[in-house]
Design a protein around this ligand. Structure first.
Ligand code: KMH
Ligand code: ZN
Length: 321
């Protein structure tokens, strides 16, 4: 005899559909780690379009300098790939406000202010963000900036004070932009609840729980359960849960979270690997892999239109792309 069905195990799950976000290039990895990391505007556009074609409903985007792949906050660099992405897909365009190491908040906000996108990331607390262990895995650096950039993360604070968060909410809130709230640890969920209490954040809240950044919570299944339980307790049914596992934990944690009712984020920003020792040759390959796993588990993938409805987004037509 089969077990009786229980109530939906999570307050965050009000539809069966899973939103796949793809983070295309980011600012964590360096070009020397993988020849497949998109660097130029053409590469970023092509890779983003491939990810959307493979099933990503949201594209989380950073820009890099084409000549050496260094992350840049320059809005003009974003405008060298965004129109092409917008012309080729209706996937939601999500612009980082985390930017890259060493950028000021003004710089981190510059592209988002220019683009007024449907969605931006918003990092929910200051923290250490250690990328220096990557150095041990690099045999030869391709570009001058890379080694010093990794090394300086040893003494770097990723700054996201309450005043910074208020400023992002206010500046981009005026455009009707909504947020991917990046929570790297339990305290960030409490910060989110604090802003919800103050009425500065309105549901549905898209919570990106991040596992495996040095300086944030770890990658044990218990860590994932604790973040989810805490979010359920603090945010109830005001939130939509998404899971990001850094590095080789990308696919196992996203799969575990999706089974529990979460949405997923994959992409070369978060992991350069498709499997053990195997570099992912594209963002599309990562999206296709998680999509296949989810569909094998009888989970349905949300379209961009469904993601917009689930997250109450303003629509592409109301952006400045
Ligand atoms: N790189 C991720 C761990 C942002 O762009 O605002 C977090 C991130 C931050 O995507
Ligand atoms: Zn990012």
């Amino acid at each position: 005899m089969s077990q009786p069905t229980t109530a939906t195990p999570t307050a965050a799950k009000t539809t069966n559909k899973v939103i796949i976000s793809c983070a295309v290039t980011g600012a964590v990895h360096i070009p020397s780690q993988s020849p497949y990391l998109p660097l130029t505007p053409d590469q970023i556009a092509e890779s983003a379009l491939g990810a959307a074609e493979a099933g990503a409903a949201i594209l989380h985007l950073h820009a890099r300098r084409p000549e050496d792949g260094k992350p840049t906050p320059d809005p003009e660099m974003y405008m060298r790939f965004l129109p092409r992405i917008a012309a080729g897909t209706d996937a939601v365009i999500n612009i980082t406000t985390g930017g890259g190491q060493g950028m000021t908040l003004d710089e981190r906000l510059a592209a988002a202010r220019r683009i007024q996108p449907e969605m931006c990331s918003l990092n929910m607390g200051s923290m250490n963000f250690g990328r220096y262990p990557i150095k041990n895995r690099i045999k030869e650096f391709k570009y001058d900036w890379e080694e010093a950039d990794l090394e300086s993360s040893r003494d770097y604070i990723f700054r996201n004070t309450y005043a910074d968060i208020e400023r992002v909410l206010q500046t981009l809130g005026e455009y009707g932009t909504r947020f991917e709230f990046e929570c790297y640890d339990v305290g960030h969920l409490y910060n989110l609840a604090h802003f919800l209490d103050r009425g500065l954040i309105k549901p549905p809240i898209f919570v990106q729980t991040i596992f495996g950044i040095l300086g944030g919570i770890g990658v044990d299944p218990e860590d994932l359960l604790h973040m989810k339980r805490t979010a359920d307790r603090l945010l109830g049914d005001a939130y939509r849960w998404s899971i990001l596992g850094a590095g080789r934990h990308q696919l196992n944690l996203t799969t575990m979270g999706a089974i529990m009712g979460g949405n997923v984020r994959v992409g070369l920003e978060d992991s350069i690997y498709l499997g053990k020792g195997q570099l992912a040759e594209s963002n599309a390959a990562l999206v296709a892999k998680i999509r296949r796993i989810l569909e094998d588990l009888s989970l349905e993938i949300a379209t961009p239109a469904e993601a917009r409805a689930m997250l109450a987004l303003k629509g592409r037509e109301n952006t400045a792309i």
